[in-house]
Design a protein around this ligand. Structure first.
Ligand code: IPM
Ligand code: MG
Length: 355
């Protein structure tokens, strides 16, 4: 077996700290050839652009890409001509053809009281957000003329079909529920792209009698997600709605610091990243929560490198570490039995539980 190659992109803010933690975890769990690259603000500082061809090529040539975080106040600008760190991430998504973004949301037992939502509401939540990642308003034509600005939102039938297939396959693969359910989220009462979306999902649903497919408007979904989260199984949605709903769903797990994600294309390497951002307010303090990144490493091993057993080991180690009471500040509730730890100690605790 050749040693799998990973491109590690630490990025900005807390990115380098959690990238170092991920490096230690990978060292502990197996043999990987890791090469680092620049992305986001740090790449703008060094190269003038958020993603160089060189970084993109390195990613293309590796078996998987692990990205930590991009962005920060230093590069915040409303100047349409200035480079932005997020362009690095968007460039990578489109450059690698990563149209499917999977964001599993499952609160850990030990964190049920860390969520701002009541324990009895979230207990039993186990859902997957399947977000279309390379279309819609994120990649439409955009511009300004005089005092007017616009962002075009467009979808083709083919783009909707391929992400719908991923959602259906994921629903079948997840089992757990008596019958797989896919909730397709749109704004079909207002948007033409959403009507095309709904039409296409319904057409494919007719050939998938083993799956319950329902349609829900995005505003209603935002409400239902906090009022009855346990009823959801797979949420299928377009790029912008998925961005917003996945942050909302993250709070069901207690902290945005817990949510991992996988972005996959038809072929080539996948991109694995925590959903949280670069948290510039705590960058450099050693307090960042590395767990979303560890869980992203787990997704990378499972879906990117075909090492499901090692992925299970990481998930169990994270679960046990939380059960033992270790909490980074974002997870702390002040309850008895909690030990407050920073990034390094959390990393050591998780690694010590890798069997
Ligand atoms: C995410 C992030 C990105 C997005 C940003 C950083 C461009 O919020 O992955 O959810 O909007 O997709
Ligand atoms: Mg987001």
């Amino acid at each position: 077996m050749p040693v799998p190659s990973i491109t590690l992109l630490p990025g900005d803010g807390i990115g380098p700290e959690i990238a170092a933690a991920a490096g230690k975890l990978l060292d502990a769990i197996g043999d990987y050839e890791i090469s680092e690259g620049l992305i986001g603000g740090i790449s703008i500082d060094e190269n003038g652009v958020a993603l160089t061809d060189e970084t993109l090529e390195n990613c293309r040539g590796s078996d998987a890409v692990l990205l930590c975080a991009v962005g920060g106040p230093k590069w915040d600008t409303t100047d349409p001509d200035a480079p932005r760190p997020e362009q690095g991430l968007l460039g990578l998504r489109s450059g690698l053809g990563l149209f499917a973004n999977l964001r599993p949301v499952r609160p850990f037992r030990a964190l049920l009281d860390a969520s701002p939502l009541k324990r009895d509401r979230i207990e039993g939540t186990d859902l997957l957000v399947v977000r279309e990642l390379t279309g819609g308003i994120y990649f439409g034509e955009t511009g300004r003329s005089g005092d007017r600005a616009f962002d075009e939102c467009a979808y083709t039938v083919e783009e909707v079909e391929r992400i719908t297939r991923i959602a259906f396959e994921s629903a079948r693969y997840r089992d757990g529920k008596p019958k797989p359910r896919v909730t397709s989220v749109d704004k079909a009462n207002v948007l033409e792209t959403s009507r095309l979306w709904r039409e296409t999902v319904s057409r494919l649903a007719a050939d998938a009698p083993d799956i319950d497919v329902e349609h829900l408007l995005v505003d209603n979904t935002a409400m239902q997600l906090v009022s009855r989260p346990t009823d959801f199984d797979v949420i299928l949605t377009e790029n912008l709605f998925g961005d917003i709903l996945s942050d909302e769903a993250a709070m069901l797990t207690g902290s945005l610091g817990m949510l991992p994600s996988a972005s996959l294309g038809a072929d080539g390497p996948g991109l694995f990243e925590p959903v949280h951002g670069s948290a510039p307010d705590i960058a450099g303090t050693g307090q960042a929560n590395p767990l979303a990144t560890f869980l992203s490493v787990s997704l990378m091993l499972r879906f990117g490198l075909d090492q499901g057993e090692k992925a299970d080991q990481i998930e169990s180690a994270v679960e046990e570490t939380l059960d033992a009471g270790f909490r980074t500040p974002d997870l702390a509730t002040g309850a008895d039995g909690e030990s407050a730890v920073g990034t390094d100690e959390m990393t050591r605790e998780v690694i010590s539980r890798i069997t």
